[in-house]
Design a protein around this ligand. Sequence first.
Ligand code: URP
Ligand code: ZN
Ligand code: ZN
Length: 479
Amino acid sequence: MAVIIKGGTVVTADNETRADVYVEGDTIKAIGPDLDAPAGARVIDAGGCYVMPGGIDPHTHMELPFMGTTASEDFFTGTSAAAAGGTTMIIDFAIPNPGQRLIEAYDQWRSWAEKAACDYSFHVAVTWWDETVHADMATLANERGVNSFKHFMAYKGAIMCDDEVLVNSFSRAAELGALCTVHAENGELVWQLQKRIYEKGITGPEGHPLSRPPEVEGEAANRAIRIAEVLGVPLYLVHTSCEDALEAVTRARLEGQRVFAEVLAQHLVIDDSVYRHEDWNYAAHYVMSPPFRPKHHQEALWRGLQAGMLHTTATDHCCFCTPQKQMGKDDFRKIPNGTGGVEDRMAVLWHHGVNSGKLTPSEFVAVTSTNCARIFNLYPKKGAVAVGADADLVVWDPKATRRISVETHHQNIDFNIFEGMEVQGVPAFTLSRGRVVWADGQLHTERGTGRYVNRPCFAPYWAAQHKRNAAAEPTPVKR
Ligand code: URP
Ligand code: ZN
Ligand code: ZN
């Protein structure tokens, strides 16, 4: 099927141009002014709209087994909701149980994801260490298109990595030319603070942020950054939520270290007052880690995004419905951690970023798509409006408005953490590899049409940093 998008303004991370975009099959074939519409091509009128690369959400957890339950959103419903919001690719996580082979977990997640309606890829978590993990990391990097390994520094007693695992895994990733990513929170501190707070009689969701103050994240961010520096491996911090972690990233970057950081749409616009809501269910729906922060952290995060210290925006989409959240009714430590948002990220970023003047449309494209494609080696197949790129596109209507609500969203969760937010700027059409999957408020996704995307390692590029550190290695004294 051919599609021609006519009369729009093409926005990339570099510029804005009035141009038509012609798509044949799953690829962009031509971009230019006044392109002729070939016979039979579907014509999309993009007058008054922006034509941008579809969003890439680098952090989702569809159907994740976690904290005694399973995330309610599966790969089909989740990628459909993503498409409704203008996102055309997700990078999810294969997370082995401690002791489980990495390849086995990866194969398990690949089979779950076969139902996806837009393209996807996987970070693979390292949750334990032995020689099979060492070997599987190479197989994944060299043969399965995995160039990023995830490390949870929190969730003690479950999937947490201690420093020994971090050092082993970061060293291996450096050898392979892969990127390390971290959930930065000091899991031991969280564990002990949770116990103290619970024993004081604070059992509700308000205990959650008290047990995970910003210092807990700042310490872990700094530790991961310093370990990565010593071992000469590039690092990517997921869901940077506070000034403390942002400061660690900023300092490292100013020292020339290759550190990247992600911020969630949620952390940019929601503060910690939600945990003191009188309705337990409402407050519990905001239980995610790291938690929402006092307001001044939001301002810092926006500045970090504007200054180029935060590179990508994500959602950590990990949905639990009310009965699942109620598993922690008497103990906040048992509330499954996670919030939704994959459908709303683009609109929230546009409304609060572009409409407020904090971001230009090109900067919006950078932080919602292109930077992610570059960091994770998807560019220019993804994250670009360019001849030869995948036709993952969004036709964005900057005038149209939407009131975000659980009543109208497409996410498989009975709550929306942005409930009631009025946003101006919404997707009119979304194309996933040339298929029109969202048009005029209607979803047209099909189960199983998404494809797995390989992300090869960046060996020669990363090696430069490796050498910088190797050059500083001490030599023995000749006697
Ligand atoms: O609370 C969260 N973020 N749940 C999902 C797992 C994680 O930490 O990313
Ligand atoms: Zn996390
Ligand atoms: Zn996550």
